[in-house]
Design a protein around this ligand. Sequence first.
Ligand code: ADP
Length: 340
Amino acid sequence: MTQLSTGSSITFDHVSKVYPGATNPALDSLDLKVEAGELVCLVGPSGGGKTTALQLVNRLVDLTSGDIRIGDRSITDHSVIELRRTIGYAIQQSGLFPHYTVAENIATVPTILKWDRARIRERTAELLELVGLTPVDTWLSRYPAQLSGGQQQRVGIARALAADPPVMLMDEPFGALDPITRVAVQDEFLDIHRRVGKTTLFVTHDIDEAIKMADRIAILKPGGRLAQFDTPAEVLSAPADDFVAEFLGAERGLKRLALTTVGEVLTPERRDAAGADRAGTDWPVVEATMTLREALSLVSAAGAEGATVHESGSRLGEVSLHDLVTVPTPTGEGRKGVRS
Ligand code: ADP
């Protein structure tokens, strides 16, 4: 199993970028700190500067002004090559080398770092297990063209993690996947993130993906200005301005329901006790681990006024329609562990 590593923080300190010949900045005085081990999603409309922000970190794009630090070291203190070895980079379409096998793709950075063969073999096997490609021997000598899109993305993530970099940059990594594969790979990545705790800056234009994945969301607006930087629950319950509210869309309230599980609103009074057992009535059964949004959908489809809550096959209690639409106020803590 991969060693736990909490990574390093990424700090944007008054970062601006004006591309040559452009009149307006692509990024305007961005201040943002991704804490060690945190997963931050950068979202916003196209042209808002998300990719620019990411590519400034690994110096694919040069800073116009300000500074970016990984841990307490400026990115300009490293040579570009040294810097990029400390950063895992995963992009849309996986970016795998088509003429390299899976094993050779994953070994790219360890080979450059001159790891010995046994160590590379061991690390490759460990990573394939981590991203769910088992049995390992089945995958090692395949070429990217012999893999599905989801499998390629998993290999792309394994490659980015290969040399155990302190930070990961991900640019729309799941953008090209069909919706079902996308959910599976998102879940896989969240699981990996919980286990290895890698500091991750993740660009997506998909607000639902950000709500699901992020510890905190940074919303950029046109002109490369930071509109809000908060937990998903805070962004959804208290958008900083009209731009953010509009960006989140009319379903903002429903999206909020996807952040809380049924188990979390099951108050002691509603836990089994002597409560009237509704079994046999039209109340559907929902699992305690379901989100309020999923449970609401089931209750609505059944035309009922509440649901019986089960956990691992046993009845826990019941929730009313009112319970399902009454979301607790955010506590300011992250919302790890809840998935939509
Ligand atoms: P996003 O990722 O949010 O869509 P980008 O960072 O790609 O935004 O782009 C931000 C702004 O910078 C846009 O106006 C875009 O046209 C401009 N831009 C991006 N890359 C370049 C480049 N290499 N040269 C000139 N302008 C660029």
